[in-house]
Design a protein around this ligand. Structure first.
Ligand SMILES: *[C@@H]1O[C@H](CO)[C@@H](O)[C@H](O)[C@H]1NC(C)=O
Ligand SMILES: *[C@@H]1O[C@H](CO)[C@@H](O)[C@H](O)[C@H]1NC(C)=O
Length: 614
């Protein structure tokens, strides 16, 4: 009843509107044939008409109108103008179509303007073919059925074309999926035969007239709706296009209620499960290979592939039959040879590939297409023959540095007719192609070099080799230097003792004790100096020590210097104590010696540290 009410409202609005519009256009439609195809979940409308310009002014646009509830579900509208008549129709020109709402038109009617290739002059006429696809236009009634029940749908339209022009002669044919019909609106000149209902011909129907028809019919066609499809196309310049399609599918027909019996279903699937679909068919290109089909659980092997030279039929069977409202998610993937899809033009490359789902007769409510280009691609653009939402992102996979530029195309309500070729253009420097292999080559090269070095390191273990001898010699040099360092450190400790004895002297005045310390120090230092000689000689004779020798010699010389100065200081101070007088000039002398001692100490420390680092 609601829909009847809506139609009545529409008729009233239209009647008002006829008056506005009638004076505006001098076009009339002399002959109109409409055909509505209800044999799938889509509603496909084909209109062929001839339009005459009866007014004085040339006309550049032809309007189509659809009631709002239909326009909301309009997925595709194309208009073509044809020249010639009947079988002689030769050239067809695509007419650009856009929504163009005239001032004062009620929102319940949506206007589409098709621009003519050339103006239609006074008295001229033109043939136009229009094709429209509507989605979500078949309403299940009843909305819920059991496993064993038939699925029925209601379709509403008008027996008169809601054209903005007067129509001289028009007719409508509705094609049903089978010869069965539950009910249909019977108007004058209504004929039901075979699986077709024919309305008309009706003569001299005024513009925007509306004559509602409702058709209630059974259909067990596949009502598969992809709530979401994410299709990823990855281009590899190494010769492959990898396509992955993730589907989220629901049976969009009448809701299935009550218990499901697989036993019943298997025994008599055509009766106990007529509304269900058991498989989906994908129409893949002939050269598709590496085809797979999997869901969350894993690979599904119940799929069949039949191929010939024109196409590959990929039949996929979900794990359970799909009844109304049931859902399934799965992924299919396949590879295509690059040379069939990638071409060159004017310095750019372009990928020429189809946009939509390859599943037969599936509506895709939300399509996201991602074209992943090789790393290093630039100046990217996509050409799509109808409006879509476009953006770009970057995808990373192994070995990528900057990531792969990705074109993202989004579209809602994608019907099979949208499965057209799109082109993704980009520029690519062939050198970039080598980046990843070069990285690999460099990586392996480094690995090999590392292996060689490691093997060589290993070889030094073999005692006969030259490098083994060299290693032994170097070990010896290091050992010698270590011994020299020890001796120098012992000397430094003796210096400290001498200094300490002087401090003790200034505290106690005990000259004898101080002299005893000095005597033992002299003896010790002499011994150490003796020990040092052969070590130095060894270093001087070893070629391995050449680069370090002068530093060691320097160290020894500085230490000897330091030793002398400390002795000098010691002697001077002890002398003064023995004479019991410390004159100004003795004080000055000691201070100057002390300065040299400090400087030498610093140098010896630095040299020791340096030698220690060898
Ligand atoms: C699924 O099948 C594909 C293609 O045949 C194969 O590459 C993949 O390894 C399989 N995965 C599992 C989990 O069996
Ligand atoms: C894309 O490929 C199709 C099918 O091979 C072809 O008809 C069409 O002309 C190609 N488009 C371009 C721009 O090359």
């Amino acid at each position: 009843m609601m829909s009847r009410f809506r139609f009545d409202m529409l008729v009233i609005l239209l009647v008002v509107f006829v008056c506005i519009q009638h004076s505006r256009s001098d076009l009339i439609i002399s002959k109109l044939d409409r055909r509505i195809d209800l044999t799938s979940q889509f509603v496909r409308l084909t209109s062929s008409f001839k339009v005459d310009n009866t007014g004085p002014d040339p006309v550049s646009e032809v309007y189509f109108t659809f009631p709002e509830h239909q326009a909301n579900n309009l997925a595709l509208l194309v208009a073509v103008s044809t020249e010639g008549r009947g079988k002689q129709r030769v050239s067809a020109t695509n007419l650009p179509v856009e929504v163009k709402q005239p001032n004062g038109s009620p929102p319940s009617l949506i206007w589409y303007a098709a621009s003519l290739p050339k103006e239609l002059g006074k008295g001229e006429s033109l043939n136009v073919d229009a094709f429209a696809v509507f989605t979500h236009s078949l309403r299940p009634f009843p909305e819920q059925i059991t496993q064993a029940e038939q699925q029925l749908f209601v379709y509403q339209d008008s027996a008169h074309f809601t054209s903005p022009y007067n129509v001289k002669v028009q007719s409508l044919t509705v094609q049903l999926p089978s010869e069965n019909v539950e009910s249909y609106t019977k108007l004058e000149k209504t004929k039901f035969s075979g699986s077709e209902i024919k309305y008309g011909p009706y003569e001299n129907v005024p513009a925007l007239s509306h004559s509602p028809v409702i058709i209630h019919f059974p259909s067990n066609k596949q009502f598969a709706i992809a709530k979401e499809l994410v299709k990823e196309i990855e281009v590899s310049h190494w010769g492959n296009v990898q396509v992955t399609e993730h589907y989220n599918i629901i049976h969009g027909g009448a809701q299935s209620v009550g218990e499901f019996s697989r036993l019943d279903f298997q025994a008599r699937p055509n009766v106990r499960g007529a509304s269900a679909f058991r498989n989906l068919v994908a129409l893949l290109p002939p050269k598709a290979h590496s085809i797979y089909y999997r869901d969350a659980i894993g690979n599904i092997s119940t799929s069949n592939i039949h191929g010939d030279s024109v196409k590959t039929l990929f039949e996929i069977e979900p794990r359970y039959p799909m009844f109304g409202g049931w859902k399934t998610s799965f992924t299919i993937g396949y590879s295509l040879p690059l040379q069939d899809y990638l071409f060159q033009s004017e310095g750019a490359r372009f990928l020429n590939i189809t946009l939509g789902s390859l599943l037969y007769d599936v509506l895709v409510e939300n399509l996201t297409l991602k074209v992943v280009l090789p790393e290093g691609s630039r100046d990217i653009s996509a050409s799509v023959p109808f409006p879509v939402k476009q953006s770009q992102e970057t995808k990373f996979s192994h070995l990528d540095i900057a990531g792969r530029p990705t074109v993202v195309i989004e579209k809602i309500n994608v019907v099979p007719e949208h499965n057209q070729y799109i082109q993704v253009y980009y520029k690519f420097n062939s050198i970039s192609l080598l980046t990843e292999p070069l990285m690999l080559i460099f990586g392996f090269f480094t690995l090999f070099v590392a292996c060689i070095i490691y093997m060589h390191a290993d070889l030094t273990i073999s005692k006969s080799s030259v490098s083994y001898l060299a290693k032994l010699q170097w070990d010896e040099v290091q050992g010698t230097i270590q011994q020299i360092q020890d001796i120098i450190n012992q000397c430094l400790q003796i210096h400290d003792k001498l200094e300490a004895s002087l401090r003790e002297l200034s505290r106690t005045g005990n000259v004898q004790a101080c002299k005893a310390v000095r005597k033992s120090a002299d003896g010790l230092l002499k011994d150490l100096s003796k020990d040092l000689k052969p070590l130095l000689a060894l270093l001087q004779s070893s070629p391995q020590a050449a680069h370090i020798l002068h530093k060691v010699e320097d160290l020894v010389a500085k230490e000897r210097d330091l030793q002398e100065k400390i002795m000098l200081k010691h002697t001077t101070v002890v002398d003064c104590y023995e004479k019991k007088s410390m004159g100004r000039d003795a004080e000055n002398r000691v201070a100057s010696i002390q300065q040299k001692i400090s400087a030498l100490k610093q140098e010896v420390d630095d040299l020791l540290e340096f030698v220690d680092d060898i």
